[in-house]
Write a protein that binds this ligand. Structure first.
Ligand code: C6P
Length: 406
């Protein structure tokens, strides 16, 4: 049974007043709060087994290694990777995409093409621009319409043997739009040998991921948006692809042999994990996966979808409120502006006074804001612990902001 009160009781941070009002935390796309089980797991590591991994013969080092490798296997299962060696710990989505872009450098040459979409976060734009600068490759962008729906005809016209990378997000952080990645992947596979990269920062926290079924080459996400500590993240890569590409960072742990003349690299996944990892965080990421699986992904998704539907209904009752991407298939996010209120942060500041945490501004997606000719939006984003009452409080808060600002 889905027990929302019990779930909320697992998040002590929610039980507080902000500016004299009960906290209504609706900034989950930026980062989610952490349940007691995750906090306990992190604390247990530092109070009982803190040691460096894969290095020591001593007991604590072995325990720390076992716990971190157990977490890797949980993540393997969570995303249905074929092997745990395909699961690489990173510090987040940004690092994951930069790792891929750097590691692919010597497979890309002048006039090759890299395709991304209009709906990308800066993290899935800038690393590819940098790769283009290094290699002379060209960046192409799948356009979108005024509902935020990607225009896939573009792929029919632009995919070719020149296309070397296609990198898109599964869910847009700015608008919550769920992109048709199955169709994008099928079209790409039919017309090119491009590497397919999926930015799962906003999808992994909300629905079941199956990287084998998806048939992507890479899938990246951040732990901190998925109830785990900051500074954690995952890069999944197909084994044969990971074996083909260069490591991003050089250093300890990633070598098989090292001499001044020549270094050979360790096997997967360690080839991509130079230096001391965030052991406590990586172990706690495993606890976050347990937390999600104990609730059940279907229950979690049903609740979040119901919240989104209710939020859309309540907000659209407000005259002069526009939701971006309203007509698209969305999850977890509602992004809006009030007519006559040019600065989204003014709304955000009033909501904050009412204890309501939302994000305002461009959400690290300036091209989307430019498309709509706006400086930013107010974005409310949901997690499994949010309630319908919180959405009522949001709607009343937005009405108050409208009265004050117009
Ligand atoms: N979006 C948001 O408020 P990092 O910062 O590395 O954990 O994730 C980057 C990133 C990449 N792709 C998408 C789709 C994202 O949403 C994010 C992070 C946050 O929307 C912080 S800007």
């Amino acid at each position: 049974m889905f027990d929302l009160q019990y779930i909320r009781s697992q998040f002590p941070i929610l039980n507080q007043q902000v500016n004299g009002k009960p906290l209504v935390y609706l900034d989950n796309a930026a980062t989610s709060q952490k349940p007691i089980s995750v906090l306990d797991s992190w604390q247990k590591y530092y109070t009982e087994i803190n040691a460096n991994v894969h290095r020591g013969i001593h007991t604590l080092s072995q325990l720390a290694t076992e716990e971190m490798e157990l977490s890797r296997r949980k993540i393997q299962k969570f995303i249905n990777a074929k092997n745990d060696s395909e699961v690489i710990f990173t510090k987040g989505t940004t690092e994951g995409i930069n790792l891929i872009a750097y590691s692919l450098t010597n497979l890309i040459k002048e006039n090759d093409e890299i395709i991304i979409s209009y709906l990308e976060h800066h993290s899935n734009i800038v690393p590819w621009q940098m790769l283009c600068e290094r290699t002379g490759a060209k960046l192409k962008v799948i356009p979108m319409d005024e509902n935020g729906i990607l225009q896939l005809d573009f792929l029919d016209e632009n995919l070719s043997e020149k296309t070397k990378i296609v990198s898109v997000n599964q869910v847009s952080n700015a608008l919550g739009i769920v992109n048709p990645i199955e169709e994008i992947i099928a079209k790409t596979r039919a017309k090119s040998d491009a590497f397919i990269v999926i930015d799962g920062a906003q999808s992994a926290p909300h629905f079941k991921i199956d990287v084998q079924k998806m048939d992507c080459d890479f899938f990246v996400f951040s732990g901190h948006k998925l109830y785990a500590p900051m500074g954690t993240g995952i890069l999944y890569g197909k084994e044969d692809v990971l074996n083909k590409i260069q490591p991003f960072h050089g250093g300890g742990e990633m070598i098989a042999t090292c001499s001044f003349e020549k270094t050979t690299y360790a096997d997967l996944p360690f080839k991509f994990e130079a230096g001391t990892p965030n052991v406590g965080g990586n172990i706690a990421l495993g606890a976050a996966i347990d937390f999600i699986e104990n609730i059940g992904q279907e229950q979690l998704q049903n609740h979040e979808n119901a919240l989104l539907d209710y939020a859309q209904k309540r907000l659209l009752e407000i005259e002069g409120l526009k939701i971006y991407g309203e007509k698209a298939h969305r999850t977890g996010v509602v992004s809006f502006n009030l007519e006559g209120v040019g600065i989204s942060s003014d709304v955000g500041m009033i909501l904050d006074k009412l204890g309501i945490a939302v994000r305002t501004g461009h959400h690290c997606t300036q091209p989307i804001m430019n498309f709509f000719d706006i400086a930013g939006t107010v974005r409310a984003s949901f997690a499994v612990y949010n309630t319908f009452e919180e959405i009522d409080i949001l709607a009343e808060g937005v009405k108050k902001a409208q009265r004050m600002l117009s």
